[in-house]
Design a protein around this ligand. Structure first.
Ligand code: SF4
Length: 542
C-alpha cells in the first residue's frame, strides 16, 4: 500500500477537494445535509462527525471512493481536455496532507456555503440567535489545512462551485488565486493549463456553458448516485441563481451511462439532479411528456437490475406538475411508490401573494397567471400527496417591497394547505442578496427585527405545519444504510422536534425577543444529555 500511495503522491499535479460539509455522503440521506446549515453550537460534535457528515472513504488513502457531483464533473472535464488520470485526484479534506506534495501545482476547491450565507444557513442563524454554521466551520477547517500546505508547497488555489459569490472580498484572506464562477467543462481546463505553463490568469473567471452532448461523463462515482439530468431553468425567478444558466437537458444515453457507472461501482442509490424533473426534454417551458416517461422507464429499469427500487429527484415545480398530471402519476406508478416508499422533492412555494408572484416569479406560475398561484399550489399539493410525493416546500420572507398583507396571504395559503390535510414541509427562508441573481442589488441580509409581526406569524405558521408532518414521517424519512444510525437519527430528530415546538411556542407567546434572551445562549456542542440519547438508541437495538 505505501508503494502505491507514493506513486500517486509523486504524479498528482491537480488536487480537487471540498470541505467536510460538502465532501460526505450524509450517511446516504442527502436531506440531512441541511442539518449542517445549523449554527455549530446547536450541533453536538458527535452528531456532526458521526451522523450527519461521516468521513468520506478513500481507495488508497488518497483518492476518494465517491465525491460530490460537482467535483466528479470537474475531474471528468480535465480528463476530457487531455490530462492523465494520474495527474488529477479528487481527495477528501482529511487526506490532503498525504496527497499534497512538491508536485502539486493546483488545489481546486468546490464550495457550497463557505461563509454560512446561503438561504437555509442564514435563516437558521437568524431564528436561532446566530453563530457560525457547521458549513462555515468546515470551510475554515479546510482552509487551515490548505493554507498550511500552501506555505510549504506554493501551489495555486482555485475556488469554484455555487458558493463562490460568498468569497468575494475574502480572496486575500484565503490566498485564493482564482475565483471560478460558472460551469467547469470548457473554461476550467483552459485555466488549469495556463497556470501549469506559468501564464498569468485573471483572478475572476466566468465558465462558459457547454452544449449538453459534450459534457464528459464522470469517472469517480458520485455521492449517493446523483446524476444531473438538466442544467439551468427557463422560469427566470428573480431570486434564483440556476436560472442564470442556459437551460439544457442532458442526453438520456449519457444519464444512463452515469447511473450504471455509479451502480456498478457499488453506489446503492440513484438521484436525479434537476431544477424541475418535469422540464426534462422540454423546449423552454413547453413540456415533453414522452421524454420524461422514457427517462423514468429506462432509469427505473436499470436501477432495479442493481437492486435499487426508488429513483428520486431533487426538485419539481407545481405548475409543471399540473400541466402534465398524468406524467406525475406515471413516475409514481412505474416505480410502485407507496406511503411506505414515498419521495421527498424540494419545491418552491415562495409566497401566497399574487402581487409578489407577479413582481418576482411570474414565470413559476406559467402557463397560469400570478393570481392563480395559490390555487396552483393547493391543487399541485393534492396531486403530489396522492402519488406519494411529500414535498419540502420553501417560501421566502423578506422580498424587498413585501407588505404586511403579502405575509398574511402567505399565511392564508399555509392555512389552506393545513386544512386540506397537506403532507409535507413548509420551510420559511429569508431572502438573501445571493450573488449573480436578478434581485442581488435590491436585497439585503435581513434580521428578524426588521420584519413586521405578520412576517413572524408567517414564519411560525410554516414551522408549525412542518413539525406536525415531521412527527408522523420520521421513520420513513430516515433511511440510511446503517440501522444504528437510523435509530440515532430518529431519537435525535424527536429531540429536535421537541426543541422546535418549544421555540415556536416561545416566539408565539413572547415575540422574537426570546431569541436573543434565551436561544442565542444555548450551546449543545459538547452535550452529554444528547450523548445519552444516542447511547440509549444504540442500547435499545441490542
Ligand atoms: S422555478 Fe426554481 S429553478 Fe426555476 S427559476 Fe424559479 S426558483 Fe429558479
Amino acid at each position: 500500500m505505501p508503494v502505491k500511495l507514493d506513486l500517486v503522491m509523486i504524479l498528482v499535479k491537480i488536487i480537487l477537494t471540498a470541505d467536510r460539509a460538502v465532501f460526505t455522503d450524509y450517511h446516504g440521506a442527502d436531506l440531512f445535509g441541511f442539518g449542517l446549515c445549523m449554527p455549530y453550537r446547536l450541533v453536538p460534535k458527535f452528531v456532526e462527525y458521526f451522523v450527519l457528515a461521516p468521513r468520506a472513504p478513500t481507495t488508497d488513502g488518497v483518492r476518494a471512493k465517491f465525491a460530490p457531483l460537482g467535483l466528479c464533473k470537474t475531474e471528468a472535464a480535465l480528463l476530457a481536455a487531455g490530462f492523465r488520470r494520474d495527474e488529477v485526484a479528487i481527495v477528501p479534506p482529511h487526506a490532503l496532507p498525504k496527497a499534497v506534495d512538491k508536485d502539486t501545482e493546483i488545489v481546486a476547491i468546490h464550495v457550497l456555503d463557505p461563509k454560512g450565507l446561503a438561504p437555509v444557513s442564514w435563516t437558521l442563524k437568524m431564528v436561532s440567535g446566530g453563530g457560525p454554521s457547521c458549513t462555515e466551520l468546515e470551510f475554515e477547517n479546510l482552509m487551515k489545512i490548505v493554507l498550511d500546505l500552501k506555505k510549504r508547497y506554493k501551489f495555486k488555489i482555485v475556488v469554484g462551485g455555487p458558493g463562490v459569490w460568498q468569497l468575494r472580498g475574502w480572496e486575500d484572506r484565503y490566498e485564493i488565486d482564482v475565483l471560478f464562477d460558472g460551469e467547469s467543462e470548457i473554461t476550467f481546463p483552459i485555466i488549469v493549463k495556463k497556470i501549469l505553463s506559468g501564464e498569468e490568469v485573471p483572478r475572476y473567471v466566468k465558465g462558459e456553458a457547454p452544449p449538453p452532448e459534450s459534457i464528459p461523463l464522470i469517472v469517480t462515482p458520485s455521492r449517493n448516485g446523483l446524476v444531473q439530468i438538466t442544467r439551468g431553468c427557463p422560469r427566470r425567478c428573480r431570486f434564483c441563481s440556476p436560472t442564470m444558466w442556459k437551460f439544457r437537458s442532458i442526453p438520456l444515453d449519457a444519464i444512463l451511462k452515469e447511473v450504471e457507472f455509479n451502480l456498478r461501482s457499488g453506489i446503492k442509490g440513484v438521484g436525479l439532479v434537476t431544477e424541475d424533473v418535469l422540464l426534462y426534454g422540454a423546449r423552454g417551458l413547453e413540456l415533453n411528456p414522452d421524454a420524461i416517461k422514457k427517462l423514468f422507464d429506462e432509469v427505473v429499469s436499470l436501477a432495479s437490475r442493481y437492486g435499487v427500487d426508488t429513483v428520486g429527484f431533487s426538485h419539481v415545480s407545481c405548475s409543471s406538475a399540473l400541466v402534465v398530471k398524468n406524467v406525475v402519476r406515471y413516475i409514481s406508478d412505474v416505480q410502485g411508490l407507496s406511503s411506505d416508499r414515498p419521495l421527498f422533492p424540494q419545491v418552491g412555494l415562495e409566497s401566497g401573494s399574487p402581487r409578489i408572484v407577479d413582481r418576482y416569479f411570474r414565470g413559476k406560475a406559467y402557463p397560469w397567471r400570478p393570481e392563480d398561484w395559490p390555487n396552483i399550489v393547493v391543487e399541485a399539493s393534492k396531486l403530489f400527496n396522492d402519488v406519494y410525493w411529500y414535498p419540502c416546500y420553501t417560501y421566502i420572507v423578506g422580498f424587498p417591497d413585501a407588505q404586511p398583507d403579502d405575509y398574511v396571504k402567505t399565511t392564508e395559503l399555509l392555512d389552506r394547505l393545513r386544512d386540506e390535510g397537506f403532507k409535507g414541509w413548509t420551510f420559511p427562508l429569508l431572502l438573501i442578496p445571493m450573488g449573480g441573481t436578478l434581485v442581488e442589488k435590491e436585497a439585503r441580509f435581513l434580521q428578524l427585527r426588521s420584519l413586521p409581526r405578520e412576517a413572524i406569524d408567517c414564519i411560525v405558521e410554516g414551522w408549525r405545519l412542518s413539525l406536525r408532518f415531521s412527527k408522523g414521517i420520521l421513520s420513513k424519512l430516515i433511511k440510511t444504510r446503517n440501522p444504528i444510525v437510523n435509530r440515532i437519527l430518529v431519537k435525535l430528530s424527536e429531540k429536535a422536534i421537541q426543541a422546535m415546538e418549544y421555540w415556536i411556542e416561545g416566539i408565539s407567546r413572547e415575540g422574537i425577543d426570546i431569541i436573543e434572551k434565551q436561544f442565542s445562549k444555548v450551546s449543545i456542542r459538547n452535550s452529554t444529555a444528547l450523548a445519552k440519547t444516542v447511547a440509549s438508541a444504540v442500547i435499545l437495538r441490542r
